[in-house]
Design a binder for this molecule. Sequence first.
Ligand code: SAH
Length: 346
Amino acid sequence: MATNKKDIRALTKEQLRDFFEKEGDKAFRGNQVYEWLWQKAAHDFEDMTNISKETRAMLEANFVINHVRVDNMQRSNDGTIKNAVKLHDDLTVESVLIPTSTRTTACVSSQVGCSLDCKFCATSRLKRMRNLNPDEIYDQVVVIDNQSKLYFDRPLSNIVFMGMGEPLMNYNNVLKAIDKITSKEGLGMSPRRITVSTSGVPKMIKKMADDGVKFKLAVSLHSAIDEIRTSIMPFNEHFPLSDLRQALEYWYAQTKNRITYEYVVWNGINDSRKDIDALIKFCKFAPSKVNLIEYNPIDDGEFQQASDDALKMYVSMLEKNNITVTVRRSRGKDIDAACGQLANKS
Ligand code: SAH
């Protein structure tokens, strides 16, 4: 429900401590409440059992906890779970749990809709409504961590920012969420288990490098030829490959972290030798690997997954050039939970 009360999770720990001091209480109370809000991910002030009844009522009068709510949960026959996650203002994003025999990966959203216009992605058909707040990103991770414990008997192991939205266009909030996810006062996850996937915003890639972030970087490349990339990812016109290349070289120089290029091969679009040669050249600018992703059709048939032969040609040419390449089978297709299929259909 929309309300005028302030979202308590917008406060830093310091601000919470100050708040309690001003209320004539001990600053330490702020630490206790902070722990309830983040580490214990409480949904209600009522749950804060080591806080007095009066204090809980006072908090209730001043603040809300805008915890997200799972509105609809679908399970794929391959074990993938897709959640429609309702936000406090009734907008919805989707978050996906992807299990393998050894890992549980959370695929989380960073925006409601997306401002980019990738022609092959279902999310691009929803216009960008707003950025998610740090707590809304954090909550998606908590939801999936709980589902992993419940259905797979183990905690969440990895996080990918490959849901709805462009994470680097909501950079500050994504970073704040990752700080909470990796902090001991949050989920205490290693940043090396987190991958931020971007369509490639050069200025922000440089900023990330300067900020010394510790998570991994994936770039949705799909073509290393400007003309083709612009035709399928029109924003490439404003952020051409030469700028992207420069930013990635800078990223590697600063962080020494290898880059993953995500790449779908489509029939008649990027399935020729010329495309492969351009990719190989691009991969040599900074240490990188290529993840060939299976295309998940988004119903109008304009794009078609390239033939197995074209894929094999990519793999063998990349390997011949000593570039690590993996082929990723998609998961959760039957429930529209796979990459590029998140569009709030249900
Ligand atoms: N905006 C970010 C993250 C969201 S998209 C980005 O562009 O990286 C997550 C990944 O899914 C990207 O690599 C994207 O290119 C890919 N993707 C989008 N639509 C797809 C589709 N229909 N089939 C397969 N992958 C798709």
